[in-house]
Design a protein around this ligand. Structure first.
Ligand SMILES: *[C@@H]1O[C@H](CO)[C@@H](O)[C@H](O)[C@H]1NC(C)=O
Ligand SMILES: *[C@@H]1O[C@H](CO)[C@@H](O)[C@H](O)[C@H]1NC(C)=O
Ligand SMILES: *[C@@H]1O[C@H](CO)[C@@H](O)[C@H](O)[C@H]1NC(C)=O
Ligand SMILES: *[C@@H]1O[C@H](CO)[C@@H](O)[C@H](O)[C@H]1NC(C)=O
Ligand SMILES: *[C@@H]1O[C@H](CO)[C@@H](O)[C@H](O)[C@H]1NC(C)=O
Length: 506
């Protein structure tokens, strides 16, 4: 007893003396305590969302937190007019698949294992449902591939004994169902595919730049894991074709026709319909170590900074002339500063991130669309569907700078989410940021991304032993030597900072 007290006393004296003699150390302790406190708050958020999903919605796709029911939304994603909805589809446990990598990052191995075993026994993709290739790729294929890698990582030992590549087999089955979408004269994939019957008759030939240009991480990883090159080849062929359609200014449009390879919408920016195309060029370079991706990314990035950027803001422009078209801030654009951190362009990232955060502070959350030229909200797009992009950029900027200001930004985001979006049955989207009226929908990306990036902002211990890149849905893929063609030595390090430094724009 005495000994314990004595030790406590000695420790207390030590802390006090450090506090007195080293003010910066006491600052550090204060921040460390704040980070622990915030990490626990985020953990509670994740479980509030997850447990409500498991109770009221699982095995359906997503939770309706107000009515405590479910929606089989995998077939609705990207389908604004809700056309060709399936008659007999009971969901694919979408939110559970999206939660797998978050469970690992939060250290819940038992729940991860339980989920893996359930999925391996029950999940089937032979269903008569027309799904969006892009959405299904980033959420389902990405969720499965990432979880498979986490489950088999020798350092984790996450699934005791019972694991026999079940997630990888599911991923392979899904990947094969994607392939018919790529059977077009251009190699550009259809935006929609029926999981059971392939591309439907009279299917629309219109798709978006992000829809056919951000498949390479998941499909490339699937090829690496299975040794079957078809997935990577299909995604790569589409990406090369898309890149060949750029204008002489190295700009791309937003929508195009997969049969003719012609542009439909010539105006584009860094937000909806294009965003992850840029992200995947950069991240594919990091993951697969190919110069080709870097050359494309570098040219595309320079063109974006030249034609879209206006101070800290990004407007849209016509790919043919570079002339500004729409002066709008969209909440999806908030991912850009995070990408700029990977590039090493910290000053530009910091200045845009600040402006996005001021808009967040002004409204309480980030509105979907804000008209920069009129300084007002878009008349119809006033919603905030629990999007992760600002939290994501905040995480990257904190990793790169360790400036505690970003911890305060994260704290503010967490507090707003708890204040405005937390309901008894989970977290609800905001229909209108001026009234904070709710919408009965908890998107799966709230668990895959929003909670994950906030958690990693306050506790990055998951990243200590390995370098990861995160897919556009927040699923981690490790940067490993075996996947690189020619891997520069600098990549093989134990921490993030060095990845950032070695990919800086020369
Ligand atoms: C979906 O659920 C309904 C009601 O439980 C059931 O009748 C139907 O067979 C299920 N469909 C499929 C494809 O599992
Ligand atoms: C893991 O998740 C389950 C389900 O939410 C929960 O009951 C359990 O307490 C969690 N375990 C840990 C270690 O957090
Ligand atoms: C496809 O379109 C043609 C021409 O509009 C129409 O005659 C045909 O019934 C359509 N097929 C299906 C399956 O919708
Ligand atoms: C970010 O910008 C703010 C305001 O201009 C500045 O005070 C701060 O030092 C910058 N931080 C970094 C990491 O560049
Ligand atoms: C991170 O990597 C850099 C560059 O290789 C190195 O100087 C630094 O010590 C590393 N930090 C940790 C915590 O390993």
């Amino acid at each position: 007893m005495w000994r314990r007290n004595f030790r406590t006393w000695v420790l207390a004296c030590l802390v006090i003396s450090l506090t007195i003699f080293n003010p910066s150390m006491s600052e550090d302790l204060r921040w460390a305590a704040k980070k622990r406190h915030m990490r626990e708050k985020v953990r509670k958020m994740f479980y509030h969302a997850y447990d409500n999903y498991m109770t009221h919605a699982f095995p359906h796709d997503e939770l309706k937190p107000l009515t405590k029911t479910f929606t089989d939304s995998l077939s609705e994603l990207g389908n604004l007019k809700l056309e060709h909805l399936p008659q007999d589809y009971n969901g694919s446990a979408l939110t559970l698949i999206e939660s797998l990598s978050s469970l690992v990052i939060l250290g819940n191995n038992t729940e991860f294992e339980r989920a893996v075993l359930w999925l391996s026994e029950n999940l089937k993709f032979d269903v008569d449902a027309r799904i969006n290739l892009f959405e299904c790729n980033i959420r389902v294929l990405g969720g499965l591939v990432s979880a498979h890698i986490l489950a088999t990582d020798s350092g984790n030992r996450l699934v005791q004994g019972n694991y026999k590549n079940q997630l990888l087999n599911l991923a392979k089955d899904l990947g094969q169902r994607f392939l018919p979408a790529f059977d077009t004269p251009t190699g550009l994939p259809y935006a929609w595919i029926n999981l059971k019957y392939g591309v439907l008759e009279n299917e629309t030939t219109e798709t978006s730049t992000s829809g056919c240009g951000s498949l390479i991480l998941e499909m490339g990883a699937l090829s690496q894991l299975t040794g079957d090159p078809r997935y990577e080849s299909a995604a790569l062929r589409a990406l090369r074709k898309l890149w060949s359609m750029r204008s002489s200014l190295n700009l791309l449009g937003t929508t195009l026709d997969v049969e003719t390879g012609e542009w439909i919408e010539y105006s584009s920016g860094i937000g909806a319909g294009v965003d992850s195309f840029y992200e995947y060029l950069m991240k594919a370079h990091i993951l697969f170590g190919r110069e080709e991706f870097w050359r494309m990314f570098h040219a595309a990035y320079v063109a974006v900074q030249k034609y879209f950027r206006h101070g800290p803001w990004y407007h849209e422009a016509d790919m043919r002339t570079g002339k500004a078209t729409y002066w709008q801030l969209t909440s999806l654009q908030a991912f850009w500063p995070g990408l700029q951190v990977l590039v090493g362009d910290i000053a530009a990232a910091n200045s845009s991130h600040r402006e996005f955060f001021y808009v967040w502070e002004r409204f309480g959350v980030l509105p979907e669309r804000y008209l920069l030229d009129h300084q007002m909200l878009h008349p119809t797009e006033k919603y905030y569907p629990l999007r992760p992009e600002l939290a994501e950029s905040t995480f990257y900027l904190y990793q790169a700078t360790k400036d505690p200001w970003y911890i305060e930004v994260g704290e503010s985001i967490v507090n707003s989410l708890n204040l405005y979006t937390k309901v008894e049955g989970g977290f609800a989207s905001i229909k209108d940021v001026t009234t904070m009226q709710w919408e009965d929908h908890q998107h799966s990306f709230f668990l895959a991304e929003t909670c994950k990036y906030l958690y990693l902002l306050f506790d990055d211990s998951f990243l200590v032993n390995r370098n990861y890149i995160f897919t556009t849905e927040g699923h981690p893929l490790p940067v490993i030597r075996a996947w690189h063609e020619r891997l520069p030595e600098a990549y093989i390090t134990r921490n993030w900072t060095s990845v950032m430094v070695c990919v800086m724009i020369p």
